[in-house]
Design a protein around this ligand. Structure first.
Ligand SMILES: *[C@@H]1O[C@H](CO)[C@@H](O)[C@H](O)[C@H]1NC(C)=O
Ligand SMILES: *[C@@H]1O[C@H](CO)[C@@H](O)[C@H](O)[C@H]1NC(C)=O
Ligand SMILES: *[C@@H]1O[C@H](CO)[C@@H](O)[C@H](O)[C@H]1NC(C)=O
Length: 315
């Protein structure tokens, strides 16, 4: 809890992300809307999280996303308060830049609206039970410390990790979370108009779980589940279904080490494509489970003080 309180995003951090750029940069685009997405908005961010943004163009403009982003890149280079705008040609291309004189990093994409829907779906899970935000923050810090939380290095993305935690909490005999997509399909329809998406999630009442396990027990249970119980070779992690699905021979899952069904049609864990990285991930789960089980002390798997100090020195 102490770690969570020290690292969780403050409302001032959010205001900063929302206003610095949105107002100054995009006032002139009358046919576009800017959405803050990702961990700044889904309730699972920390003070040092990057700010993800999605620019939604409402009518056809000339050119594709790369074209628009490189136009913006040229514009940003001329602005005194933007540092080093870089175009990253990923599957979803982004423009990455910093606010001058700070380490707050922004990732801007064009039209990746599925990210907006996911943000509000994750936000609903994050606030469904008081334990969700602290446990996810601690698990992200643990994974970062254990060097298994970097998709660009072939390990788990934060998004994958979050889905793994939600899945675990859904699959306990007495679950801590339900499937919100199943229970409230009208709030998460992929066809819902984009403007209504942030509203949809506000109408979901908190979930009252009969499992009132402590954060410590949940953390230990999470490590154990992926160290011992989960069958990586034959099952897919599904938050939508709130259970582990048997792998079928869909090309999404064939020859993949880790299969996580996201909200869109893709394998979220596709970054893990090397056997050695997969083995490292499993090893970290097993080792940390063993240590925590033995010592019953978070410090045995994560240097809590150091993490708190790092977080506060970044702001
Ligand atoms: C963004 O989406 C709008 C409609 O949703 C479309 O008209 C426009 O061409 C898209 N732009 C890009 C760059 O994908
Ligand atoms: C409640 O959660 C804990 C994990 O913290 C788990 O071990 C236990 O089995 C759950 N209780 C039930 C009845 O499912
Ligand atoms: C395979 O399973 C996924 C869910 O894991 C499902 O969405 C898909 O329709 C299935 N495909 C086939 C061919 O059964």
């Amino acid at each position: 809890v102490e770690l969570f309180e020290a690292c969780q995003q403050q409302s001032s951090d959010l205001t900063r992300r929302k206003f610095t750029y949105a107002n100054q940069l995009f006032v002139s685009l009358s046919d576009a809307r800017l959405y803050l997405t990702g961990s700044s908005m889904n309730g699972l961010g920390c003070r040092s999280s990057d700010a993800d943004m999605c620019l939604v163009m409402s009518r056809n403009r000339r050119g594709d996303a790369i074209h628009i982003l490189s136009t913006l890149q040229r514009l940003f280079r001329s602005l005194s308060y933007v540092d080093n705008p870089q175009l990253i040609r990923a599957k979803v291309p982004i423009l990455r830049f910093r606010e001058k004189g700070s380490d707050l990093e922004f990732d801007l994409n064009i039209n990746n609206t599925v990210g907006i829907r996911n943000t509000f779906l994750l936000r609903s899970y994050a606030y469904a039970d008081l334990r969700i935000r602290p446990i996810i923050l601690v698990i992200k810090k643990w994974a970062r410390h254990s060097q298994i939380n970097d998709a660009s290095k072939g390990t788990l993305s934060s998004y994958t990790l979050v889905l793994m935690v939600l899945h675990y909490l859904q699959t306990l005999n007495e679950p801590v979370l339900p499937s919100l997509q199943k229970d409230y399909p009208e709030c998460f329809s992929p066809f819902m108009e984009l403007d209504l998406v942030p509203e949809g999630s506000k109408h979901i009442p908190p979930y009252i779980s009969r499992n009132q396990s402590s954060l410590g027990d949940l953390l230990l249970g999470f490590l154990k589940y992926y160290a011992i119980d989960f069958r990586w070779d034959s099952h897919v992690i599904s938050v939508r279904e709130a259970r582990a699905l048997p792998k079928n021979n869909s090309h999404l899952w064939r020859n993949k080490y880790i299969c996580v069904e996201p909200f869109e049609n893709n394998n979220v864990a596709r970054a893990v494509h090397e056997k050695s990285k997969f083995e490292t991930i499993k090893f970290q789960f097993a080792e940390s489970y063993r240590k925590l089980e033995q010592k019953k002390d978070l410090d045995s798997i994560l240097p809590v003080r150091t993490v708190i100090n790092e977080e506060s020195s970044r702001r």
